[in-house]
Design a protein around this ligand. Structure first.
Ligand code: ADP
Length: 384
């Protein structure tokens, strides 16, 4: 990597000021990397590191931020592709590259790419109108999952439907955009659990994976992560790991990639979603792995050698704090929670509580999954 100031210190610029950017700060400090964050608003989660506040949809704001760093990376996938392509045209090092990131920005492009790579996915179609949508629903058992191609997160932009008019508002919004957009529709998968495979990959091609984890969602939001995923069929976990690597290489990701998958009753895995940044399913790695996903992401985008991804204990469980204390942010409960749960590693994102909002998480590591899980749940619950 060509460094702008000759100091040998790599300056990383993160677009987006949420908790993912915030959690990149400690490993950046430890490694002696300079990190700056372009946050959306004052007081966002990564505010402590934010030396810039501005709108990531405004080209000039992003271009001038990029001039102050050696590499641009992300806390979210929402930066418009045209801005990213212009950054590349200006010679800025952007990781993941726009050619890879597009598959995490647009669920229809993602489904097309995974199909091309021969990776198993739910039956799907891109539909332009209610007629096409209804015909897919009718030929897939009378129910299906409709998704907006862009802009969804935490289950927003995902609806289980039996009639096409249940997403009339989405078709109306697409028509108003005037870009001839489509909705994604998929078979409703009868899965037994959800898995996630995290992989980090450098521009040089070096790639390292963490153990496959099980993720538990409530109301479309990740609630708990069990690392490693309890073994039900060993072959299934091996298949998930194999798919993770195929996808990482196939899309040419640089940085951390999360491949979210469904495991079916007969032991098959189907890829649901891709995220190209540190991911909620990898928070366990801060304490549970030799190298956390946040450190690995920084190493990968700076094209530095990747660290060991082995677990530091046989089991790690992460439980999200969703909502938070009614009387204020998480620290108002620290005295009682930290006293009652000394083995819990508590992370607060410095966000104000709101029903269902991810305001922090708790990780516990240890020898026995069920013991660790009970303790992590108890500590996280004590914040609500
Ligand atoms: P988001 O981008 O909002 O995270 P996802 O596509 O990951 O949306 O879907 C959110 C959740 O909805 C998934 O974790 C899963 O529980 C459920 N879901 C999504 N697609 C399907 C499907 N085809 N069949 C069954 N459940 C699904």
């Amino acid at each position: 990597m060509a460094l702008a100031d000759g100091s040998g210190i790599i300056r990383i610029g993160v677009i987006g000021g949420g908790q993912l950017a915030r959690m990149m700060v400690p490993p950046a400090v430890n490694l002696g990397l300079r990190i700056s964050v372009l946050a959306e608003t004052e007081g966002s989660s990564a505010d402590r590191a934010a030396d810039r506040v501005g709108d990531y949809r405004d080209p000039e704001t992003v271009y001038s931020f990029a001039e102050t760093v050696d590499v641009i990376t992300f806390d979210h996938e929402h930066v418009p592709p045209a801005i990213l392509r212009e950054l590349e045209a200006r010679g800025v090092s952007v990781h993941p590259k726009p050619d890879a990131l597009q598959f995490a920005q647009d669920k229809i492009l993602m489904r097309e790419k995974l199909t091309e790579l021969g990776v198993p996915v739910p039956a799907w179609a891109a539909v332009a109108n209610e007629l096409e949508l209804q015909s897919f629903i009718d030929s897939h058992g009378g129910r299906a999952v409709a998704k907006t191609a862009r802009g969804g997160y935490d289950g927003k932009g995902v609806r289980v439907i039996s009639r096409a008019d249940e997403v009339r508002d989405w078709f109306t919004a697409l028509a108003e955009d005037g870009n001839g957009g489509h909705l994604l529709v998929e078979e409703l998968v009868d899965f037994v659990r959800e898995l996630s495979q995290l992989v980090a990959r450098r521009p040089s091609g070096e790639a390292k994976a963490w153990p496959v984890v099980e993720t538990i969602q409530r109301d479309g939001v990740c609630a708990e992560v069990l690392a490693p995923a309890p073994v039900q069929h060993q072959a299934t976990l091996e298949e998930a790991a194999r798919i993770g690597m195929i996808v990482a290489e196939g899309v040419g990701v640089t940085g951390v990639l999360a491949v979210e998958m469904f495991e079916t009753a007969d032991g098959r895995v189907l890829v649901n979603e891709l995220a190209m940044r540190p991911h909620n399913s990898g928070h366990f790695s801060i304490e549970g792995s030799v190298t956390s996903q946040f450190e690995q992401h920084l190493r990968a985008v700076a094209d530095l050698p990747l660290g060991d991804t082995a677990m530091t204990a046989p089991a790690a469980v992460m439980v999200n704090v969703l909502g938070g204390p009614a009387e204020g942010p998480m620290p108002v409960r620290y005295a009682s929670v930290l006293a009652a749960h000394p083995s819990a590693k508590v992370h607060s994102y410095d966000k104000l509580p709101r029903p269902g909002r991810k305001v922090g998480h708790v990780t516990v590591t240890g020898a026995d999954l069920e013991t660790v899980r009970a303790e992590a749940r108890a500590a996280a619950d004590a914040f609500n």
